[in-house]
Ligand binder design. Structure first.
Ligand code: SF4
Ligand code: ZN
Length: 478
């Protein structure tokens, strides 16, 4: 495959290229745009004109420097061995292939896709979406030889994108609905994915029916289809083998696979916990489940939420903490579909003595709650606050009490909210059992005024005695 007819270099070496606002010629999709998408569909060969790129809207050369536009990338592929189940996995490769281009930065997937094209690529002559379409078609056919023909339509205009956007949303919903129809117990094979190792070398996703990939684009069905047609490819089978803990989702086969695929970094994962041996996160998670020590509960914020979350941090700051392929108790990258799963962080719920993992959730950004509301338990839905209900931790503390959120029945909540005066020696002892994550202990000064905070990140404390003494600065009498 050759790209010598194109003005920019193309290859995996450019994956990971960052294009900052100052370096970009234009921005496509992303949080500033309402409607944008990328979609792959399998079609009969006769409906496709191989190699054709259609542009609906203005082309790159007619865009003003520094401007932002909608982007819809609609890829139609054909081949005798292709099946609908492969569409989502092909679609995920758009992210990778766009990032092969020196001068394109591509983030996310589906309707959260976000691209930047650099000034230097534009100056070199990369000035038409026809070139982008051609690159994608060539890469699709070269990297996935079961694709025999492909055509691409690129939408850049608000009016033109409307209908295809609606169509894409329907396709995503249909895929997700099917993914929700089975459970881990119904299958004897799980799957793994290492597509994101170019960004996070120690990260591999485990995909089961109840835990969709954290990027939200590859379900168990999609992974199964991909592993079948290309068993040596980035998606592969993971035989669960012995189940060590059903609630935690700890399996011998998952631990072994992750040890091998993470270059020895990770050797134990509870796929249904965000607090103990959590699944690692690369960088393209749809949402973050984060621990809120002040109420011993959890919050969930998604990528599209532009404000700070209840813990005072924006998504971007938490994403830095969460991603990178490390196990980060208290910060877990997740897909929106996983929140709807009956196994959602079920280990964390059980440890707290709750009915389910979702009962640990005390706050969600409205953007998340709107998407998952119909799948939340009826007796919990109104007890989960959003940014429209509370905006700071003190208000959240009041909220959980007012609505009688199940979290207030947990020992962890009682410890977290106990006044210093009430914390006796025994309760300090209980700190040892607190889950991993970020713990905050407020130590007021004399008379409850002033004082300071100790923030303990990702540590477990084991001690027989903890002595906190007031430092007496008064000069000693002679
Ligand atoms: Fe694969 Fe996981 Fe990356 Fe999605 S987030 S592409 S499933 S490694
Ligand atoms: Zn990723």
């Amino acid at each position: 495959m050759s790209f010598v007819d194109l003005p920019v270099e193309i290859g995996p070496v450019y994956e990971g290229e960052r294009i900052r606002a100052k370096q970009m010629y234009v921005e496509l999709g992303g949080p500033k745009m309402e409607k944008h998408f990328e979609l792959v569909r399998v079609k009969p060969a006769k409906e496709i004109k191989d190699g054709q790129v259609i542009i609906k809207g203005i082309d790159l050369k007619d865009m003003k420097e520094g401007s932002t536009h909608p982007i819809g990338i609609f890829v139609e592929v054909a081949g005798p061995e292709l099946e609908e189940d492969l569409e989502a996995v092909f679609e995920r490769r758009i992210h990778e292939f766009c990032n092969f281009v020196n001068g394109i930065m591509h983030l996310n997937q589906r309707y959260t896709n976000w691209m930047r094209i650099s000034k230097s690529a534009f100056e070199k002559g990369f000035n038409s979406f026809e070139m982008l379409g051609t690159i994608l078609i060539r890469l699709f056919k070269a990297e996935l030889p079961i694709i025999k023909s492909a055509q691409i339509t690129i939408f850049t205009n608000e009016k033109e994108i409307e209908k295809p956007f609606e169509m894409a949303m329907e396709v995503y919903e249909k895929r997700d609905e099917r993914a929700r129809s089975i459970n881990d117990e119904d299958v004897d094979m799980f799957y793994g994915c290492v597509l994101c190792q170019s960004f996070a070398p120690t990260h591999a996703c485990i995909i089961t029916p109840n835990r969709m990939s954290l990027c939200g684009s590859i379900s168990w069905f999609d992974a199964r289809a991909a592993a079948k047609v290309d068993p040596k490819g980035p998606l592969f089978e993971v035989a669960p083998q012995e189940c060590y803990d059903e609630i935690a989702g700890e399996y011998e086969g998952i631990n072994q696979t992750l040890k091998k695929r993470s270059l020895g970094e990770i050797d134990k994962v509870y796929i249904y916990s965000g607090m103990e041996f959590p699944h690692t996160s690369c960088g393209c998670f749809e949402a973050i489940d984060f621990y809120i020590p002040e109420v011993n509960g959890h919050g969930i914020v998604d990528r599209s939420y532009g404000d700070v979350a209840i813990n005072g941090l924006p998504f971007s700051a938490m994403a830095n903490q969460t991603g990178g392929g490390k196990q980060m108790p208290g910060f877990n990258g997740i897909s929106i579909q996983y929140i709807m799963s009956p196994k959602y962080q079920q280990y964390d719920g059980k440890i707290e003595g709750l009915k389910s993992g979702i009962e640990t959730v005390v706050w969600m950004s409205k953007t998340v709650k709107d998407r998952v509301a119909e799948f939340l338990p009826a007796d919990l839905i109104d007890k989960i606050a959003t940014n429209e209900d509370v905006t700071d931790i003190n208000a959240l503390k009041e909220w959980v009490k007012d609505v009688n959120h199940p979290i207030i029945e947990t020992d962890g909540y009682r410890t977290a909210t106990a006044d210093e005066e009430e914390v006796d020696e025994e309760e300090y002892g209980a700190l040892e059992g607190l889950p991993l994550g970020t713990q905050t202990i407020s130590i007021p000064g004399a008379g409850g005024m002033g004082g300071f905070k100790l923030i303990l990140k990702n540590c477990k404390i084991h001690c027989e005695t903890l002595i906190i003494k007031k430092i007496d600065n008064k000069p000693k009498r002679k």
